[in-house]
Design a protein around this ligand. Structure first.
Ligand code: HEC
Ligand code: HEC
Ligand code: HEC
Ligand code: HEC
Ligand code: HEC
Length: 340
């Protein structure tokens, strides 16, 4: 290879610059076609048309195009859905379809605090419809169809304490009336013939459940589970309820709604958390620890709270590892036992 004079290289430099320029133009054109930009432009256009006062007009002029996101660090989520879904809290209806339609009010939750994916699933960081809604065949977290969104409420709420959500309550009735617990365990109670169903709502998709309920052997070859004899609408409600078997979120603020601090939910915990294995109640249970019905604990909530949070000095009782709401429910239960 020989060294060439700068003059001879000139045409190559020129060619390279032209190619670079064309690539750049292509890049700009592609960027302006980012799908979210078209929704933001549509939003600006609608706002412009409906702006009536100078203040509203100024608000439109100050709208900055760009990616928007809601961060919910307690739940490990960053949701960019509002990049396209811009009208969540919009005061008027805008007469638009999603993503520019105002969101229905669900309880007191604010979108700034909760984001979107905690209820809808989907992929929070993505900024194209396909990726955000998880429409590609192997997407990690497809959007739940709207009719199944209520399944997510139970990651934070106790169904007994949640007003509304009639579809979930009907789903639970179907679950209870169709013998599911004779073969399956849930929260530590039920049969052993089929696998335990805890957490199953986050391991399978809704369409898998429907297919499986109609004909278990078609998706689990050789399955010993009989087909569920229900009409399609009821199968969807059963699926909704089974989809709600997800691990509760772990942040104490968000789960503050999970367990009601009343004796009934405390009683359930007393059995499901194994207290009964070491403590007797009415002569039932283990005897490693003291009989709690005999302790005369009335009025001693503070002591109970201490025992359940830290255990006693030199204690042989294992640390119970309870969330605050669970602790309060157990205390309500134990104090109730000791009422005269
Ligand atoms: C790139 C723009 C864009 C992003 C990002 C986006 N969406 Fe959408 N979304 C749309 C459009 C467009 C529609 C209406 C058409 C459709 O359903 O595809 C829609 C519809 C929806 C619907 C209604 C579906 C129905 O069946 O009625 C829900 C729910 C939804 N989006 C949730 C989300 C969530 C949650 C996220 C974030 C994880 C998100 N979207 C991110 C553009 C977007
Ligand atoms: C507390 C749970 C919850 C949160 C958080 C939530 N949604 Fe929803 N969303 C729902 C429920 C429930 C529905 C169905 C309401 C109905 O059918 O009446 C719904 C409906 C929708 C729809 C369809 C509305 C329509 O008009 O058809 C869209 C789109 C949507 N949500 C997007 C979002 C986006 C984007 C976010 C985040 C900014 C979000 N949601 C946050 C529970 C939630
Ligand atoms: C990530 C956790 C979380 C999810 C998911 C969630 N909620 Fe909530 N919800 C809360 C918290 C926390 C409060 C209390 C908020 C407050 O007081 O400001 C609440 C309050 C409520 C309330 C007011 C009554 C009460 O018990 O305080 C209603 C109603 C409600 N939620 C309904 C729903 C519905 C319906 C869904 C599902 C579509 C849902 N929530 C999903 C955490 C959640
Ligand atoms: C006669 C016993 C029996 C009854 C009753 C029964 N199942 Fe099953 N179920 C099984 C067996 C065995 C399996 C494992 C094989 C399979 O996946 O089909 C199973 C699997 C499942 C799975 C998949 C679990 C996984 O880990 O993949 C779900 C979900 C399920 N059953 C839900 C239900 C529901 C809901 C009901 C009530 C409508 C029900 N089952 C009634 C025996 C039963
Ligand atoms: C492995 C056995 C074991 C389990 C499981 C266990 N405990 Fe205990 N518990 C003990 C023993 C032993 C003591 C006596 C003090 C000590 O050594 O810690 C005790 C003491 C206590 C006390 C204090 C009684 C007093 O002296 O005032 C309370 C309250 C209590 N347990 C409640 C519970 C609850 C509620 C659970 C379930 C979340 C539970 N325990 C689970 C063994 C157990």
């Amino acid at each position: 290879m020989t060294l060439q004079s700068p003059a001879k290289l000139m045409p190559w430099f020129l060619l390279a610059s032209v190619v670079l320029f064309i690539l750049m133009l292509g890049g700009i054109a592609q960027d302006s076609q980012q799908p979210w930009k078209s929704y933001q432009r549509d939003y600006i256009r609608r706002k412009k048309n409906s702006a009536q006062t100078p203040a509203e007009q100024r608000a439109v002029d100050h709208f900055r195009m760009g990616i928007r996101q809601i961060e919910v660090p307690e739940l490990g989520r960053v949701d960019r859905c509002t990049t396209c879904h811009l009208a969540m809290n919009h005061p008027d209806k805008m007469d638009a379809d999603p993503p520019l339609r105002r969101h229905p009010q669900i309880g007191p939750h604010s979108f700034e605090e909760f984001g979107c994916t905690v209820c809808h699933r989907g992929n929070g960081l993505a900024t194209s419809v396909e990726a955000a809604h998880g429409l590609t065949p192997d997407a990690a977290s497809p959007l739940l169809p709207t009719k199944f969104v209520n399944a997510s409420c139970l990651a934070c709420h106790n169904l007994n304490a949640l007003p509304g959500v009639q579809n979930l309550k009907t789903g639970r009735q179907l679950f209870e009336n169709n013998g599911c617990l004779t073969c399956h365990a849930l929260n530590g109670t039920g049969g052993q013939i089929g696998p335990a169903l805890d957490g199953i709502g986050q391991r399978r998709e809704w369409d898998w459940f429907i297919r499986h309920f109609k004909d278990p052997a078609s998706v689990s070859p050789g399955s010993a589970m009989p087909p569920v004899q229900l009409a399609d609408a009821d199968l969807e409600l059963l699926t909704l309820y089974v989809l709600s078997f997800v691990d509760p979120v772990s942040d104490p603020y968000f789960t503050s709604k999970w367990i009601l601090p009343n004796p009934q939910s405390g009683r359930e915990l007393y059995f499901s958390r194994g207290c009964i294995g070491c403590h007797q109640l009415d002569n039932i249970g283990g005897s490693l620890g003291p009989d709690l019905s005999q302790l005369g604990l009335r009025g001693k909530a503070a002591r109970l709270r201490y025992v359940l949070e830290y255990t006693l000095p030199g204690a042989s009782m294992p640390h119970p590892d309870l969330r605050p709401d669970e602790r309060e429910a157990l205390i309500a239960f134990l104090l109730d036992l000791n009422q005269p």
